[in-house]
Design a protein around this ligand. Structure first.
Ligand SMILES: Nc1ncnc2[nH]cnc12
Ligand SMILES: [Zn+2]
Length: 330
């Protein structure tokens, strides 16, 4: 679906398509434990978040050079452009690379190379969000922030991802305070598999401005009231929720009731190479499965630009919003 939109919840490592994974494996002399792309695709049947993360981290072994990261990001931007994305705020997981001996500078400069030419090549403005892996220690997150200091001009926000349950937001209080002092903005995954309390903690202890997923807020009416009155954006990922079994089938996804409750919902693709669709596909899927009409889809697109970190460029935000209003479905 070509409706103009911003993508606000997208892990760049989750855009690694099997074809590119095999091409990079050959180039870098990395052995993959799959015969071919078809066999790899048969591994994309997940029971929960952890079963996905195991494959997601394993496949990153093929990403080694600046050029690899540039190609990965460029391939995503090309696909996103074809589905109406005009602005992308892109997560990356530095620790998943530095732990394998790939320097953080290789990751950031490689991604940066693709992002620098994105507006010209793909018509997409971009930002980078550096995520800490919450199943690693708070010290490791602090070391990562320290290592990123020479590259802060390329980073607009910090985030928190990976295995949620057992790793509450408060574990990262110190690194979020340090990120704030450096002028970075803040988001965090919360309420994907973890309880509503983690969403509250992300707001109160980490000071996040957007909640990634936030799905489980629906179990706590008081929290919903707060998210509505404070207009906290949620970056929902419906196809991810089905593939990782947070929701049985898309028809049962609470997106419609969340919108009806007045929540500022956005729809995103999370890890599109693994979950069966990019963000335009996701818009199409919620239209089909939940019966969202054109005006509700337009609202989701409008929300995506309202929730974007475009405060430094309100002119651009207004331009994108005007494109949303001018769009005619056909
Ligand atoms: N859906 C997700 N939840 C948490 N961490 C992730 N890393 C990549 N995708 C993720
Ligand atoms: Zn995510």
């Amino acid at each position: 679906m070509h409706l103009p939109k911003a993508e606000l919840h997208l892990h760049i490592e989750g855009t690694l398509e099997p074809e590119l994974a095999f091409a990079l494996a050959a180039r870098n002399g990395v052995d993959l434990p799959y015969a071919d792309t078809e066999e790899l695709r048969t591994a994309y049947l997940f029971d929960d978040l952890q079963s996905f993360l195991d494959l997601y981290y394993a496949l990153m072994a093929v990403l080694r050079t600046e050029e690899d990261f540039a190609e990965l990001a460029d391939a995503y931007l090309a696909r996103a452009a074809a589905q109406g994305v005009r602005h992308a705020e892109i997560f990356f997981d530095p620790q998943a690379h530095t732990d394998r001996g790939v320097p953080i500078g290789t990751v950031i400069e490689g991604l940066g190379r693709a992002l620098d030419r994105s507006e010209e090549t793909h018509g997409i403005s971009t930002q980078l969000i550096m995520c800490f892996l919450r199943d690693k220690s708070a010290e490791s997150a602090l070391e990562t922030l320290e290592a990123a200091k020479p590259y802060l001009h390329r980073i607009s926000a910090v985030g928190l991802d990976s295995a949620e349950v057992g790793h509450p937001p408060a574990k990262f209080r110190e690194v979020y305070a340090a990120a704030t002092a450096l002028g970075l903005r803040k988001v965090a995954h919360a309420g994907e598999e973890g309880p509503p309390e983690y969403i509250r903690e992300a707001l109160d202890v980490l000071g996040v401005e957007r909640v990634d997923h936030g799905l489980r807020c629906m179990e706590d009416a008081e929290l919903v009231d707060r998210l509505v009155s404070e207009r906290i954006p949620l970056t929902l990922c419906p196809l991810s929720n089905v593939r990782l079994r947070a929701i049985d089938v898309l028809e049962q996804h609470p997106l419609r009731s969340m919108m009806d409750a007045g929540l500022l919902c956005t729809v995103n693709s999370d890890d599109p190479a693994y979950f069966g669709g990019y963000v335009g596909d996701t818009f199409h899927a919620v239209h089909e499965a939940l019966g969202l009409d054109r005006e509700q889809l337009r609202t989701l697109a409008r929300n995506s630009f309202e929730a974007a970190f475009l405060d430094h460029d309100e002119e651009r935000r207004a331009r994108y919003l005007a494109e949303v209003e001018a769009y005619t479905f056909d």
